[in-house]
Design a protein around this ligand. Structure first.
Ligand code: HEM
Length: 419
């Protein structure tokens, strides 16, 4: 258990070497986890009965303080499908294209603020950017004061939440200065700002000129003709923030770190990115393969479940180990090498490339994140000359809640681009 908490990726690698494609880890209070890394069994888990293989319930045990128990991430069964159906249309690929210019402008402005000629970590500015993108394009907050409040409150609330997420005993309000009190205060303040935004938007009615995702969610109706209530909307907005903010920032930090430590990739990216998306997309796919932001996902069994020759009892957590599936040498020759070319002109076979999970729980924001990554990487590699602050090896992964981030925040040195 301590090895898993401190070094999850190394633990997964070691267990796979010792025990093969399916192995069990007893993770104490989190239960018995059966990790799986072969595509066929992963397919069986992702396409199995979602009433038996539940994700909302285990997600909720960790995320309840932030997003409640009724959001798309923390619900199961009929409720989950209802929320998912309401949330999916605004994230449709074609619709998302309209966000590209705003993302491009914001990414360019971020790069233009970077210091020149001195080492610095890019991760904080990526975190800030992905947050601004969500507040602008998903929440659609136009009031300047409210916008500033959210940009200040949301990262502080996320940080406070991180402290209590894995130690639920700390979530209780134990008086002034306690992590529980700090989180509760920030949560209440955030709620108040979001509720004020919702009240204003409901009052001002539908505005055809608005294209943010909340505008669509405000008018969306389920099959019974019911709208999302304000409380449901608030929980979904916080879900989208929680699911989309650090994940995208982390994937970008890894992308920059890996490219800078592979000069031929960097050269090709710089020369082709302006003209052609194909290489850029291959780089993005290879980053997700080698450094999946979410190394494993979970499903808790509500009934016994057959996994190959084993019958797993109710209560077991089955966990597709995305990180291990991506490093199989039978699927990806030379699997530990960073080689975007492997994705040029080739699609990964199904259930072998899984950075966004799968089945009825597949990431709703995959298209949104990909668009954002394209625009940010294009801005980064076209506006400045960039090198790694420490050449040699890429940074080591370090655990941060459910994701693994570059241990030093991707330290770089930027120079004005010649010409
Ligand atoms: C590079 C960035 C991202 C990565 C790597 C990522 C990855 C994932 C993964 C692995 C899952 C779990 C799937 C499962 O359990 O099978 C997930 C779910 C989800 N993601 Fe993302 N995500 C990213 C960005 C985003 C963004 C930008 C948004 C929205 C703004 C978003 C919204 C969601 C939601 C709502 C779910 C829950 C879906 C459900 O339970 O039905 N994600 N994501």
């Amino acid at each position: 258990m301590p090895a898993w908490v401190l070094e999850p990726l190394r633990t997964l690698r070691w267990c796979a070497q010792q025990y093969g494609e399916v192995f069990t880890l007893d993770l104490g209070p989190f239960g018995r986890f059966v990790f799986v890394c072969d595509p066929e069994r992963i397919r069986g888990i992702f396409t199995g009965d979602s009433d038996v293989l539940r994700a909302g319930e285990p997600n909720g045990e960790v995320l309840e303080p932030i997003v409640g128990l009724r959001s798309v991430l923390t619900s199961d069964g009929v409720r989950h499908l209802r929320q998912r159906k309401l949330l999916l249309p605004p994230f449709h690929g074609k619709r998302l294209e309209q966000y590209r210019p705003w993302m491009r402008g914001a990414a360019g402005a971020m790069v233009d603020r970077w210091p020149l000629g001195q080492p610095f970590a890019v991760a904080p500015s990526l975190q800030r950017l992905t947050l601004e993108v969500i507040v602008e394009l998903i929440f659609g907050v136009q009031d300047r004061h409210r916008r500033e409040r959210l940009l200040d409150l949301l990262p502080r609330m996320s940080k406070a939440a991180t402290t209590i997420m894995f130690l639920p005993a700390l979530a209780r309000d134990l008086g002034p200065g306690s992590p529980g009190r700090r989180f509760t205060r920030l949560r209440e303040e955030t709620d108040a700002v979001i509720m004020a935004e919702l009240a204003e938007r409901r009052h001002s009615g539908e505005d055809q000129n608005r294209s943010d995702i909340l505008s669509l969610l405000l008018t969306a109706r389920d099959e019974q003709g019911q709208r999302l209530t304000d409380e449901e909307l608030r929980d979904e907005l916080l879900t989208l923030l929680f699911a989309g903010h650090e994940t995208t920032a982390t994937a970008l930090a890894w992308a920059i770190d890996l490219v800078l430590h592979h000069p031929p990739v960097q050269q090709r990216l710089v020369s082709e990115a302006a003209a052609d998306d194909e290489y850029l997309d291959a780089v993005i796919k290879e980053v997700h393969r080698l450094r999946p932001t979410v190394p494993n996902v979970v499903r808790r069994l509500h009934e016994p479940f057959e996994l190959g020759p084993w019958e797993l009892p109710e209560g077991t957590v089955v966990s597709p180990a995305i990180y291990l599936a991506h490093r199989r040498s039978d699927l990806y020759p030379d699997p530990h090498a960073f080689r975007p070319e492997r994705f040029l002109g080739a699609q990964a076979p199904s259930y072998t490339w899984l950075p966004f999970g799968g089945g009825v729980r597949r990431c709703i924001g995959a298209g949104f994140a990909t668009l954002e990554m394209q625009e940010v990487l294009r801005a980064v590699f076209s506006r400045v000359e960039l090198r790694a602050a420490s050449p040699g090896r890429p940074e080591r992964p370090k655990r941060r809640t459910v994701t693994s981030v570059p241990s030093r925040g991707t330290r770089v040195v930027a120079q004005r681009r010649a010409g």
